[in-house]
Design a protein around this ligand. Structure first.
Ligand code: HPA
Length: 280
C-alpha cells in the first residue's frame, strides 16, 4: 500500500510523544551501532510500537529510534534500518526518513557497511560518500508525489552536502582517521555481487558497493535535508581478493571500525551542534 501523509503523521505523532522532536538524525549501519550511548537523557521507542512501521529482519540490526540531547540540540539515532532486499517496499524503507522530516530533522548522517570496489581501499577503512550510482532500477519517489515534502523532480546534484563533506574531512584529519572518498553504488542484494558485476561498477565509476542508503538519501533530499554519508568498508567486493565474502566477517569488520567511526561521528555531531547553536 502506498504511503500517505496520514500514515506518516500518525507514525511521527507517536515518535514525538515518546521521544520529542529532533534536529539531526543519524542512521547506523551494520556493526556501527552504539552511538546512541552518547546521548544525554535518551528516550527511545521500538519500531514495533510505531503504527505503520516495518520491522527489521536482519541480524545485527536492532530496531529502535533513540532521541537525546547533545548540547542544546536533539539528535535522533536510528538503530537498525529497513532494506529493500528484506522484501520491504521502498515506501517502507524510506518511511523513517519522512517521519524524521515531520519531527523537524534538517540534517541526516547516514552510514552503512559496504564492499570496497576501489582497489586502493582496504577492508577496515572508512569512505566519505561523495555521490551515488543507483543500479537497482528502482526509485523511492515513484508514484504520486508528496508535495508537502518536495517537488516531483528533485535535483540530485550534490546529494551529499559539499560543506558537510569538507567538515568530515577536516574532522577525520584532526583525529588521525584515514577517510577515503568515493562513489557508493546501490545494488539490490541480498546476494553479494558477482566478480563481473564488481568489474562493471568499477568501470562505471563506483568506489564502494552496498545494499542500502541510496533510497533513504533520495527521499531525504526530496525532503530538503542536508545529507552526509559514510561507508565502513567491511570487505573488499567480490573478485577483488581471491576469497569469498561472508556476512559474519562483514559484521565483525564493522565492529573493528566502530572505534574510529565513533570518534568521527562524535566529532561531526560536535561540529553540527556547535554550528546549529551558533545560528540561534
Ligand atoms: N556488497 C554489497 N553490500 C555489502 C558488501 C558487499 O561486498 N559488504 C557490505 N555490504
Amino acid at each position: 500500500m502506498a504511503v500517505t501523509m496520514k500514515k506518516l503523521h500518525a507514525a511521527a505523532d507517536t515518535v514525538r510523544k515518546a521521544c520529542g522532536p529532533a534536529d539531526i538524525a543519524v542512521i547506523l549501519g551494520s556493526g556501527l551501532g552504539g552511538y546512541e550511548e552518547s546521548l544525554i537523557d535518551p528516550q527511545e521507542i521500538a519500531y514495533s510500537k510505531i503504527p505503520g512501521f516495518p520491522v527489521s529482519t536482519v541480524a545485527g540490526h536492532a530496531g529502535k529510534f533513540v532521541v537525546g540531547t547533545v548540547r542544546d540540540k536533539r539528535v535522533l539515532v536510528m538503530s537498525g534500518r529497513f532494506h529493500h532486499y528484506e522484501g520491504h517496499s521502498l515506501d517502507a524503507v524510506t518511511m523513517p526518513i519522512r517521519v524524521m522530516a515531520l519531527l523537524g530533522v534538517k540534517t541526516l548522517i547516514i552510514t552503512n557497511a559496504a564492499g570496497g570496489v576501489n582497489t586502493n581501499f582496504n577492508a577496515g577503512e572508512l569512505m566519505l560518500i561523495t555521490d551515488y550510482i543507483n543500479l537497482s532500477g528502482r526509485n523511492p519517489l515513484r508514484g504520486k508525489n508528496l508535495d508537502e515534502f518536495g517537488p516531483r523532480f528533485p535535483d540530485m546534484t550534490n546529494a551529499f552536502d559539499p560543506q558537510l563533506r569538507d567538515i568530515a574531512l577536516q574532522r577525520a584529519q584532526r583525529h588521525g582517521i584515514h577517510l577515503n572518498q568515493g562513489v557508493y553504488c546501490w545494488m539490490n542484494g541480498p546476494s553479494y555481487e558477482s566478480a563481473a558485476e564488481i568489474r562493471m561498477v568499477r568501470t562505471l565509476g563506483a568506489d564502494a558497493v552496498g545494499m542500502s542508503t541510496v533510497p533513504e538519501v533520495i527521499v531525504a533530499r526530496h525532503c530538503g535535508m542536508r545529507v552526509l554519508g559514510i561507508s565502513s568498508i567491511t570487505n573488499m567486493a567480490a573478485g577483488v581478493l581471491d576469497q569469498p565474502i561472508h556476512h559474519e566477517e562483514v559484521l565483525q569488520m564493522g565492529e573493528k571500525v566502530r572505534g574510529s567511526f565513533r570518534t568521527l561521528l562524535d566529532s561531526l555531531i560536535d561540529h553540527l551542534t556547535e554550528e546549529e547553536s551558533e545560528k540561534i
